[in-house]
Design a protein around this ligand. Sequence first.
Ligand code: G3P
Length: 219
Amino acid sequence: MTFTIIVNFKHYKQASGPRSEDLLRNLITCRKKPETSVLFAVGPSDLRNAITIAPGRIIAQSVDTVSMGAFTGSLSAEFLQQVGISGSLLNHSEKRVDRIIISRLLEGAKEMGFPLYICAESLDEVRSFSEMKPDFIAYEPPELIGGDVSVSSAKPGIISEASDICRKSNVKLLVGAGVKNADDVRRSRQLGAQGVLIASGIVLSRDPATALNSLIEAA
Ligand code: G3P
């Protein structure tokens, strides 16, 4: 079964504009491993350049509508797919979206074959979103995001429960928040997650490629 690692560039200075391209060029030198997929969630203005550097491995950090049209200031799944973006995070705790909108976007994205990674902040949300049958749910407790304590050590019981819920609905579970090293990846996997999301542990690292390589090793 494929294990997915998503590196979220967020809106960090170290991962925006020309620095986003440098970081991406550095990270694509990391080792490739069968059954391990490494994707990069890049900021909206860096998406077009990112796909020329890492085609097939770039996702968006959020999406606003399904189709293109009279939607000022929006980013649509239709446009993203057209330019070669491979999916999008949705409802990240730093970019929350109404449940009705999530459901609408999910329906449209499924028809297009555009994967959405629906972020959930709690077990209740994991339950509720799993009923919508997305391909992926990304469980990230907001209080651990950007910190040094990883979700896999602080909330092991919740990961196992989330994994049971997702398995029953045939949804893949990713987990994130505070993930930093190989142990976090191993533990998350043992608890039933099929991938991890990581931001600060890579983007703010002194040696991002070494940090990512150690996660890939452990995946
Ligand atoms: O989307 C991943 C992110 O929210 C986790 O952030 O810095 O705790 O790895 P971080």
